[in-house]
Structures are given as C-alpha cells and as structure tokens.
Design a protein around this ligand. Structure first.
Ligand code: C5P
Length: 309
C-alpha cells in the first residue's frame, strides 16, 4: 500500500493571453501550493478501480474520466504493462471543480503512487511529461512550492520564495467548469472590443513586483500584486462571488481574489491568527459553504508513511 499526499494550488498571478488555434490560452501562471490537500492511496487490485471519501465525494466521478484513473492507465501504457492492477482511494479535501486543481492533484498523486506500488522508478522528468499529457495543471502538483507556468501552464520554472504565507479559502456551493470560464473570458474580451485571439492579446509576463514579494516573503507586497485575468469571467458566471470577496476583505484580508477559474475565493492574511479570524467570519457569513485557513508554500506530491486517520 502506498499513500501520496498532494497539495491544492492557488494562482497568485493568472495572466491569460489570447486563445490559440488549438483552443488553449498562453499563460503567465504563478502557481502557489497550499497545505490544503488530498491523499491518494494505491493498493494492489484487479484493473483500475476508484473510491473517494470526503465532504464533496459525491461530486467526484469514479469512472475512467477521473484523472487519477487516467494517470494509472497512462503510466502503465508508458511502461508497456499489459494489465495494470490498482485500487486508488482518494481522501478528498480539495474543493471539487473549485479552481484549486483538485482533479489535477489526484492525477499527479496517482502517477506517484502507482509508480511506487508497481516499483517502476520512473524519472521525475518523465513523470512531468506524463503529467502534462493529463492536463495543464498536473505537472505543478508534482513540483509544488511556487512556480511560473508558461505555455498552457505546463512549462514550469521553480521560483524563489521566503517564509510562509497565510491563506483562507472560501468554498462555494457547486463548481465552475474551467473551459466555460475561459470561454467567458474570451466573450468578455470580444464584447469589450479588445478581441480574444493571440493577435489581439499580448502574451502575458510574470509581474516583477509579484516575484519580488514572493522572494522577500512580504505578504503586504504580495497582496498588492495578486492578479487573476479569469476573475471577471468567474464573477460574470457566478455574480454572488463578489459578495464572498467583499466579506473576506471586510474581515481583514490583505487581499481577495478568485482562485484560478473559481468559484473558490482566496484571501491572503497577514498571519495565522488573522487567517483563523477571516475563516471564522466567512463561515458565519452566508456568502460561502465553508472556509478553511491554511498556509503555503508546501512541497508537491510525496509518498507519506501512513494515511491521515
Ligand atoms: O489542460 P486541461 O485539460 O486541464 O484544461 C482544461 C480546459 O481549460 C481546456 O480544455 C481549455 O478549455 C481550458 N484551458 C485553456 N488554456 C489553458 C489551460 C486550460 O483554455 N492554458
């Protein structure tokens, strides 16, 4: 039996370029791994089977569309294993379809768990390539820490970061579809007259002030530099998110933004006490289902000695 713990992410910068001919958008995507995470446990099995527990377990597909199942099959195919056998159990804490890359995290965790269970010793570079085939956010979940993602988000460069930052995540009822949010971003750009293609929108770059704030471990400077080009699209599809963002700011957050494609909202706090206070205020508000205080950055997917009780 092998258990892998894997972090969720928040994008501290999500710069979205124009839509490419292949339908993807070039990004300047600064991923930040947070301690809120899932655990995937692999045990020997017959074929590839899945179970899931956690508050959102009912929303997790347990068929071959699940990224954890796809990861197991992809790794087996890469090594020419004729009949992969594994049961994967997902202990889910990351909001489902929440903009925190929970499905991608489970894909990354399954790659690592199956690699260990089957004794394959796949090099990290190969695991990162397989991860990129599974989805744009999967490689980062293997790497963790803080990283700049270029291309569609899969070309990663680790970034220097000091200290620990404290975050609160407000979980919404129901998810948002990532492709739908990107489409809404394109629609809003077309509606505003700027256009939405790579000819219309300059390729985004990492913000130097954001990179300096991360390197300095300065939450006030990071709060001033946070940005998400998908935020307007997520709020357009889910207008109530404006109330959630407002409630966290009222409770003393240094900054509030939509996490990735949403609908989870992220709040940066000045320290752990402030984060606990903001999370309690959000839970008491009627603007979200629940809220979690957490911190980061944390490492990417890693094998742990035993699952959480
Ligand atoms: O790569 P992944 O399958 O996770 O992406 C899900 C969807 O999000 C894509 O099909 C696409 O609609 C959108 N996307 C995008 N540009 C990116 C990443 C994702 O348009 N850089």
């Amino acid at each position: 039996m092998v258990t892998v713990r894997v972090p969720a992410k928040v994008n501290v910068q999500l710069g979205v370029g124009g839509v490419r001919p292949d339908g993807y958008h070039d990004l300047a995507n600064v991923f930040f791994a947070v301690a809120l995470g899932d655990e995937v446990t692999a045990t020997p099995g017959d074929g590839v089977t899945l179970t899931c527990t956690g508050p959102d377990a009912d929303a997790v597909p347990l068929d071959d569309t699940n990224l954890a199942a796809r990861a197991a099959r992809l790794l087996a195919a890469h090594h020419g294993l004729p009949a992969p056998g594994v049961h994967l159990h997902i202990a889910k804490a990351i909001p489902v379809a929440g903009g925190m890359a929970g499905g991608s995290a489970d894909g990354a965790a399954a790659l690592l768990a199956c690699d260990a269970l089957w004794g394959l010793d796949t090099p990290l570079d190969t695991l990162l390539e397989l991860a990129a085939e599974l989805g744009s956010d999967v490689p980062f979940a293997l790497l963790g820490g803080v990283a700049l993602g270029r291309g569609r988000g899969e070309i990663l460069e680790a970034l220097p970061v000091s200290g620990t930052f404290h975050w609160v995540f407000a979980v919404a009822d129901g998810g948002l579809s990532t492709p739908a949010v990107f489409r809404e971003c394109d629609r809003l750009r077309e509606e505003s007259g700027t256009g939405a293609t790579i000819e219309d929108v300059p390729t985004p770059d990492a913000d130097p002030e954001l990179l300096a704030a991360l390197a300095d471990g300065d939450p006030v400077a990071l709060a001033a530099a946070l940005s998400n080009d998908l935020q307007a699209a997520a709020v357009s599809l889910r207008p109530s998110l404006a109330d959630t963002l407002h409630a966290g700011t009222e409770a003393g957050a240094l900054a509030a933004l939509v996490s990735g494609s949403g609908p989870t909202c992220a709040f940066l706090a000045k320290d752990a006490d402030a984060a606990a206070h903001i999370a309690a205020a959000l839970r008491a508000s009627d603007t979200c289902r629940t809220a979690h205080a957490t911190h980061g950055p944390v490492p990417g997917a890693q094998v742990v000695s035993a699952p959480r009780p």
